[in-house]
Design a protein around this ligand. Structure first.
Ligand code: ATP
Length: 658
């Protein structure tokens, strides 16, 4: 924030501040009363010392000297009483401020969510409700304490000096004022640095929130490194801004050093002149007491409080005063754009579709994560080894055991499974049994603890060849849609897809009406404006275009109605290749060639009707899903024949120890 920006913030905050204080006159009055007692302590502190010297010890009257020193000491007790009263009164100012800010933050968050439901989860509101409210409360309390103390202490000290010898004011006041001016000059740049730091903190909050929500998509898209680099940039920006803040604090400390010590130096330098003018040693010592014991500590506290708490309070209050629908006060020192390191040429050379300024997300809404599309030059699907076409399984698990951690109970244990090329397999089982884990193992985003997972004859995970996206595509439940054109979203897994291929995917998935509603293939999408179902439908279109022969749908149709789901599944099954679906409805299982029911030590794999007779758990699941007229099993194009397809014995029980 520039100096003018700072003045703008002050202009926004001050009227509300005045209203707030006007409504609390009684509290202010009580605070002033206690502070007057503090001023009296200051006055007596220096005056007692001066009198003790001039009227007591230097005049040979030790008793009088001791009496005046007792008066100065008693004043300290008076100060203790004052501090107790001040703290009691302080709560009456600080707590209503905090309550008001919390109410306002909730109002702002609800208002923003009602105006734009996609922003309902904006994590900046959380930072505002918790971190920033507490900053405001603490800073305000610190400021009231020190500002009040400075005013009354200074008044007491100046009054004391004036009563000892008015010439003392001539020596002490000018350097004191110079120090205050110097300090005030550091205020605007420090506030700007503070504001930039808070901006960066909110941006990081929002980004981390967005990553949390889209973690599965990021993992499925293999975009971890890119997202880590992107977020690392935000973290680095915040660290850089916090260092800038620390530098300004150092400059301010220098100002304090100069301002705090100059009046003492001036007094010492002026001593001969003051003594020549008839000033007594007691008055000089009294003045030094005022400076060293009262004024300098009060000044030090004031500068420290204004230097940190003051700027923080202004910046935070400005955020609460500023309504979300107001034009945002633009930070002059906004965090630098996050440097995203270029992806290595072999990983994903295709650029991320640019986000047009018109649709870029506001600062309070998490920006969509820039996940790089797979390389346009990614190799073509890996063909089966020569002479084995049709015989190499589309996917194969052998003795697979997997647990989420060394001490954890395995989710899958000793599982064997063969999925033939062209097969349509449905995976069912109770919640938490390991269906998603199985799809993640097939996708290679998880690696088995024991056993092997192969896709098209090659290892599925990191030990396999590069470009796993050319062999399999995993669609998780939360479909990932980015800010870009509808066309780019559809071609995400295959950037080189032709117009005819895109049109075919739109037709096959019945996306015509949706695409029209979104403004056509060239319209730029705002992901926050799409429903979960619309996102899933676009992701399904994307899967249809994918070059991967193995499609893994992990409840990727859960937000669709049964008819739309059926159409989508049939279209994806009819596409050349293999389809593995974590079934969301009984109809989904019935449509498949085979159903794998995961049940710990009683895993079974067979066609629907056969499984009904053989698996009690499957009968249970079907019963819970509700009766449904099973449509005739769909035979996908390119599906393997019954002879080619593996039968139940090829699925051995998945045992869970213990
Ligand atoms: N990242 C993880 N860390 C630790 N445990 C996990 C993790 N992901 C899943 N689990 C646990 O592993 C088990 C299997 O989870 P998984 O998501 O594969 O089951 P699921 O059958 O897909 O469940 P649902 O139908 O509810 O999606 C569950 O007990 C789950 O709590």
């Amino acid at each position: 924030m520039t100096a003018s920006g700072e003045r703008g913030a002050l202009g926004r905050v001050l009227p509300e501040g005045r209203r707030f204080l006007r409504g609390r006159r009684r509290v202010l009055l009580a605070l002033s009363g206690w502070s007057l007692l503090e001023a009296a302590q200051t006055f007596l502190g220096g005056y007692g010392v001066a009198r003790a010297l001039d009227d007591g010890f230097l005049a040979g009257r030790t008793g009088t000297g001791l009496l005046w020193l007792t008066v100065a000491a008693a004043a300290v007790l008076l100060g203790g009483l004052a501090v107790r009263g001040v703290f009691t009164g302080l709560a009456g100012l600080v707590e209503p401020l905090r309550d008001g800010l919390v109410r306002r933050a909730v109002d702002q968050a609800l208002g923003a969510a009602l105006a734009d439901p996609a922003r309902a989860g904006a994590t900046a509101a959380v930072s505002r409700l918790t971190h920033q409210t507490e900053i405001a409360r603490d800073s305000f309390a610190g400021l009231v304490l020190t500002a009040r103390s400075f005013v009354f202490t200074t008044a007491g000290a100046l009054l004391g000096m004036a009563s000892l010898a008015p010439a003392l004011l001539l020596v002490v006041v000018p350097p004191l004022l110079a120090g205050l001016v110097l300090f005030a000059a550091t205020f605007p740049p420090m506030a700007a640095a503070q504001r930039a730091y808070l901006d960066a903190d909110e941006a990081l909050s929002a980004r981390v929130g967005a990553i949390g929500a889209g973690l599965r998509d990021v993992a499925a898209s293999g975009a971890g490194a890119r997202v880590a680099a992107d977020t690392g940039g935000l973290i680095a920006a915040e660290a850089r801004l916090s260092r800038a803040l620390a530098r300004w604090a150092a400059v301010r400390a220098l100002a304090l050093g100069a301002a705090g010590r100059l009046p003492v130096v001036a007094l010492l330098l002026a001593t001969p002149w003051l003594l020549d003018g008839g000033m007594t040693a007691g008055a000089l010592l009294g003045a030094l007491t005022y400076l060293v014991q009262a004024l300098l500590p009060a000044l030090h506290e004031l500068m420290t409080a204004f230097g940190t708490a003051g700027t923080r309070l202004l910046v935070v209050l400005d955020r609460f005063t500023h309504r979300p629908d107001d034009p945002a006060p633009a930070p002059a020192t906004a965090p630098a754009p996050v440097p995203v390191p270029p992806s290595p040429p072999t990983a994903a050379p295709a650029p991320v579709p640019p986000r047009p300024a018109a649709v870029s997300a506001p600062d309070t809404a998490p920006a969509p994560l820039p996940v790089p599309p797979p390389s346009a030059s990614a190799p073509a699907p890996v063909p089966p080894p020569p002479g084995t076409a049709g015989r190499v399984p589309a996917a194969e698990l052998r003795g697979v055991t997997f647990a989420y951690g060394p001490g954890a109970r395995p989710v899958l244990a000793g599982l064997d499974l063969r999925v033939a090329q062209g097969e349509h397999l449905a995976v069912v089982g109770p919640s938490g049994i390991g269906k998603s884990t199985l799809t993640a193992l097939l996708a290679g985003t998880l690696a088995p603890d024991r056993g092997t997972v192969r896709v098209a004859g090659v290892p599925a995970g990191a030990d396999g060849p590069a470009h796993p996206e050319s062999r399999r595509a995993l669609l998780p439940q939360q479909a990932y849609v980015f800010t870009g054109t509808v066309r780019d979203n559809l071609r995400y897994l295959r950037p080189e897809a032709s117009a005819a291929e895109v049109a075919e995917a739109v037709r096959a998935l019945d996306l015509g009406e949706l695409v029209r509603r979104l403004g056509g293939l060239d319209a730029v999408l705002d992901p926050r404006r799409l429903s979960a179902g619309e996102r899933q439908r676009l992701a399904l279109g994307r899967a249809h275009l994918s070059p991967a022969p193995l499609l893994l749908l992990d409840e990727a149709t859960c937000h669709l109605d049964p008819d739309t789901e059926e159409r989508a599944e049939r279209a994806l099954a009819a596409r050349p290749g293999t389809l593995v679906v974590v079934a969301h409805r009984i109809s989904s299982a019935v449509r498949a060639d085979r159903v794998l029911v995961l049940d710990g030590d009683r895993a079974r794999c067979a066609p629907h009707r056969e499984l009904l007779g053989r698996s009690e758990l499957y009968r249970d699941l079907v019963g819970r899903w509700g009766p449904e007229d099973p449509p005739a099993p769909h035979r996908p194009r390119g599906a393997s024949t019954a002879a080619e397809r593996p039968r139940d014995p090829e699925v051995t029980p998945s045992r869970r120890p213990g």
